[in-house]
Design a protein around this ligand. Structure first.
Ligand code: 3UK
Length: 547
């Protein structure tokens, strides 16, 4: 192991014990990195040094058009501010809070270039959640977009760790006065540079730790072998940079190949399509719901610059794949990723995509389906997904490491089935399986069946407690704008599902709702639907008892 450059050894002290780590695989030559490595040199400075400094790196609606040389200077100015004005010492954590904008990217890479550790936070987090992050990561310094500062100030008020918040407006002023060259801190390839907090729905957030080499490995495994972008590509999308899906898709993948990225501060489906028409990107990263929502409006916007569209965050139903293909002629590129794994580890390159399947293990990764005792299961049998590769789970000082890593394999918490050709088929999150009258029913499979019906815009399916069957399948359905809700429609949907999949899986109850609860990362909050279903069941049973 190369000597760490960290003076502040907090991250190293919080690493899991060696025996609790997953096995890491680096066989492929493109994953061999030098012992001394500061990844920002690779992402930015290398392009300038090799004569590509004049190419566009960052585009934003505020008029920003930074070349790689501009980006390098912005990063270096902020790095100088961090070290000379704000007292950053290698190994310190710096919290970042901003929408996806140029300063967020410059600050992100400046922290890493200066040997610090980025703690990026989702814009929608409130003071209490920010407080949990600050305390867990022991963050003393934060850089924050002025518009999001209130919640963070509340956090600082109640925190023993957070000492200083620098608003972006002030940071820009300081940066303007700073030198525009900065020598990258000579970090080891296995120095931590990023704390990624999981978007867990309940309990204490988990803090995943990633090394300088990990940020390169996701580019050289997934992006290089599956997405295959070139320097002429232009990326766009919606996930926050604080979500590692967005970090990869909207910063690291373009920067690895010297391509450009369009940063949008707000990119719900209604804003993403006009932005695609305006900026003419070639590669789009967003969640399955966003692709679904955009289909109806494709005709009103010129999306024809797009050549690759990546979907991740939750399962991509075949109906969505088919509808997108029909409307655009493009194959949506599904991929499963996780904060613990940093990015996508199962996906299929163009030409190998099987509609409805997530894909094949990304080159550099191995995946398998295992039973409850960790035994390998044969093709066609659903079980727990296990993966390993160049990246993997390292929770900061957290006993839950033992839940995610078994015998050197990362256990993602998803139920999957492999087929005889090695493709992986998503079934459900392990806890989203509904047990009804002894049958195991995967909620997402019923959702996918409902989404194939022309009246359905969104569907969420959970188990609802029921005295006779233990659980019944309950569906919450959002209909498309022009559809009227009637009792007959519910019956029609039930019959439709019985014809699409095994009849015992049909939703015995359907509720029509205006919207489904979703996280900032585009995931359906099934736990919220489950709670709602339980409340309804309690009310129903109470009404029955009173009869
Ligand atoms: C689910 C999927 C089916 C799955 C992520 C791409 O989502 C990301 O990270 P998170 O930590 O959540 C991980 C969990 O999300 N999931 C993600 N993608 C898919 N399920 N099909 C998919 N294509 O349950 C997984 O365990 O929030 C995604 C890149 C980076 C990421 N962090």
């Amino acid at each position: 192991m190369a000597a760490s450059a960290h003076v502040d050894t907090f991250a190293a002290r919080g690493l899991p014990a060696t025996e609790a780590l997953p096995l890491f695989l680096f066989e492929r030559p493109e994953l061999h990195y030098p012992e001394r490595l500061n990844c920002v040199t690779e992402f930015v400075d290398r392009h300038v040094a090799e004569g590509r400094g004049g190419r566009i790196a960052v585009i934003a609606p505020d008029g920003t058009r930074w070349t790689y040389a501009d980006l390098a200077r912005e990063i270096d100015r902020v790095a100088n501010v961090l070290v000379n004005d704000l007292g950053l010492v290698a190994g310190n954590r710096v919290l970042l809070r901003a929408p996806n904008n140029p300063m967020m990217v410059a600050a992100y890479l400046a922290v890493i270039k200066a040997g610090g550790i980025v703690v990026a936070t989702m814009p929608l987090l409130r003071a209490k959640e920010l407080g949990q992050i600050v305390d867990k990561a022991e963050v003393a310094l934060a850089l924050c977009d002025d518009r999001l500062i209130d919640e963070l100030q509340k956090t600082a008020g109640g925190s023993t760790f957070l000492k200083r918040i620098v608003p972006f407006s002030e940071l820009k002023g300081m940066a303007a006065a700073a030198r525009d060259t900065f020598a990258a801190v000579d970090t080891a390839r296995d120095d931590v540079c990023l704390f990624g907090f999981t978007s867990g729905t309940t309990g204490q957030p988990k803090c995943t730790m990633h090394f300088h080499r990990d940020l390169l490995a996701i580019c050289d495994a997934y992006s290089r072998n599956v997405l295959k972008p070139t320097a002429d590509d232009r990326f766009i999308g919606s996930p926050p940079l604080a979500f590692t899906f967005g970090l990869g898709g909207l910063a690291l993948f373009p920067f690895r190949v010297g391509a450009s990225t369009v940063l949008l501060e707000k990119a719900p489906p209604g804003d993403l399509l006009p932005a695609i028409a305006e900026y003419r990107p070639t590669i789009c990263f967003t969640a399955p719901t966003a692709y679904r929502a955009m289909i109806a409006s494709l005709k009103e916007h010129d999306w024809r610059s797009l050549r690759k569209c990546v979907s991740a965050g939750e399962a991509l139903p075949k109906a969505t794949f088919d509808a997108w293909k029909e409307a655009t002629g493009l194959d949506l590129m599904d991929g499963i990723g996780a904060t613990e794994m940093l990015h996508i580890f199962i996906a299929a390159p163009e030409g190998k995509i099987r509609p409805g399947a997530t894909g094949l293990p990304v080159p550099g990764y191995e995946a398998k389906v295992v039973g409850l005792a960790g035994e390998d299961l044969p093709p066609g049998t659903p079980g727990r997904l296990a993966v390993r590769g160049p990246t993997g789970c390292r929770y900061l000082a957290d006993e839950r490491q033992a839940k995610y890593v078994e015998n050197g394999w990362n256990i993602t918490g998803d139920t999957y089935m492999a087929d005889a050709d090695g493709y992986f088929w998503y079934q459900a999150r392990n806890d989203d399986m509904i047990v009804s009258a002894g049958y195991n029913i995967a909620g997402p499979e019923v959702e996918a069946a409902l989404l194939a019906h022309p009246a359905v815009a969104e569907a969420g399916v959970v188990g609802q407690p029921c005295p006779e069957r233990g659980m019944i399948v309950k569906a919450y359905v959002v209909v498309k704008p022009d559809v009227t809700v009637t009792p007959a429609l519910a019956v029609e949907l039930q019959i439709f599902v019985k014809n699409e999949i095994a009849p015992y899986k049909y939703p015995r109850e359907i509720a029509f709702v205006d919207r489904l609860p979703r996280t900032e990362t585009g995931k359906l909050q099934r736990f919220a639907l489950r709670e709602e279903a339980v409340r309804e069941a309690v009310a129903r049973d109470a009404a029955k008892a009173a009869e």
